[in-house]
Design a protein around this ligand. Structure first.
Ligand SMILES: Cc1cc2nc3c(=O)[nH]c(=O)nc-3n(C[C@H](O)[C@H](O)[C@H](O)COP(=O)(O)OP(=O)(O)OC[C@H]3O[C@@H](n4cnc5c(N)ncnc54)[C@H](O)[C@@H]3O)c2cc1C
Length: 372
């Protein structure tokens, strides 16, 4: 089978690798240069990493070599850090992840064409066309009448920076300032760098939207001075944006299928966008293993994957809304605030938290028993 993949991000490259391993002829069209990327690091849970071993042990091995791993989620509120153990995650630079996938794809004989922007996916001739072209997918908009996408904008604005400050775990920092509430999501992903995403709600945004990029970065460096340990915030075309929740009523049309962020997004506060992108690729490969014909595989892919994706998107939405409304919890003391932050989505509840960190839950129960 001849496969054309539009978009050389994690979902497109990983699917290309997996289908090449099945013996298919695969081409990837990527509009950016080989070494271009946006952003800094991404995170994986242990479970995600394990799920990558079976599909391609070599990619898994190359990724594991580059990961930085931590165990705790740290929550900073009113200047106090509460550490919650038992949350094993790993970080990797997005560029490192892409390089691993690019090299593996080339080594296997996938034809990866860089600096090739596809302007009309329907002009490509292939047995299968994969729209792995990200959140602003051209494939999705070109075939919008068939996919029937819905795009919803989050209320908060966020900006994605890097910093040399080495954070000890996945750190959620809440700082109040005269301009409003500032929330940072940070984690170390390489020897010398951490991701530092700042999120602000609508009232805060109204107070800072007039600032130029340099001025707003200086403001954030002042707001988070105690957390950044004297390090600067590093920009990589960083700008304030709103999160787009992508959904599609239909996932394929004839021989064209969507994958990754083009298909659906998950809020960065649950750190699952790349995980879902890679799992989509595995699920689509599985569908082709069970149903070799395109007209059978694509419906099978949608039928098996849709409920898993819906579950994740529901968790992601709870988490996004929690951050959008976090200002109403700022009156809480650090311990109950940390508990609220940890249980913000249905994914972690009291008993799973008690398994991860019994001492944290015991301290919280003691706090409740004291009558606050
Ligand atoms: C602030 C922020 C933080 C995040 N943090 C995490 C995290 O911690 N963990 C995590 O797992 N995920 C995270 N994500 C999500 C993650 O970045 C995405 O979910 C993931 O990259 C999706 O992969 P993808 O391959 O579907 O799309 P993308 O990575 O967006 O790749 C799409 C590719 O298609 C190319 N392309 C687009 N249009 C065309 C065209 N017409 N022709 C040719 N090429 C084209 C683009 O150049 C791009 O390379 C975060 C996202 C954001 C915004």
């Amino acid at each position: 089978m001849k496969i054309a993949v539009i978009g050389g991000g994690p979902s497109g490259l990983y699917f290309a690798i997996l289908m090449r391993l099945e013996g298919h002829e695969v081409e990837v069209f990527e509009r950016n240069a080989r070494d271009a990327t946006f952003g800094w690091g991404v995170v994986f849970s242990d479970r995600t990493l394990r799920s990558l071993a079976e599909p391609d042990l070599e990619t898994h091995r190359l990724l594991v070599e580059q990961l930085r791993t931590w165990e705790n989620v740290d929550i900073v509120h009113r200047g106090q850090l509460i550490s919650v153990a038992g949350n094993r995650f790993s970080g990797i630079a997005r560029i490192a992840l892409l390089q691993v996938l690019q090299n593996r794809a080339s080594e296997l004989g996938v034809a990866v064409h860089f600096e090739r922007e596809v302007s009309d996916p329907l002009e490509i001739s292939a047995d299968l066309i994969v729209g792995a072209d990200g959140v602003n997918s051209l494939v999705r908009s070109r075939l919008a009448e068939h996919f029937e996408p819905s795009l919803e904008q989050g209320n908060n604005r966020y900006i994605w920076y890097g910093t040399a400050q080495p954070f000890g775990g996945l750190t959620l920092t809440f700082r109040s300032a005269p301009e409003g509430l500032f929330m940072a999501h940070s984690y170390k992903y390489s020897q010398g760098l951490s991701t530092f995403i700042v999120e602000v709600d609508e009232p805060t945004w109204r107070n800072i939207e007039h600032l130029e990029e340099n001025a707003s970065r200086s403001l954030l460096e002042r707001v988070f001075a105690a957390d950044l340990g004297g390090h600067r915030l590093l920009s990589n075309l960083s700008r304030w944006i709103r999160f787009t929740v992508v959904r599609n009523r239909r996932w394929f049309h004839r021989n064209v299928v969507l994958l990754g962020d083009a298909l659906r997004t998950a809020h960065f506060s649950i750190g699952s966008g790349t995980k879902l992108a890679l799992e989509d690729s595995i699920a689509l490969r599985e569908a082709f293993r069970a149903h070799p014909r395109v007209e059978d595989a694509l419906p099978a892919f949608e039928a098996t994957r849709r409920s898993q994706v819906a579950e994740y998107q529901a968790v992601s939405e709870l988490s996004r809304h929690w951050f959008e409304n976090a200002r109403h919890l700022m009156h809480l003391e650090p311990l109950p605030f940390a508990y609220e932050a940890m249980t913000r989505s249905s994914r972690v509840d009291d008993s799973s938290l008690a398994r991860r960190d019994p001492a944290f839950v015991a301290a919280y129960r003691e706090y409740l028993a004291r009558g606050r």
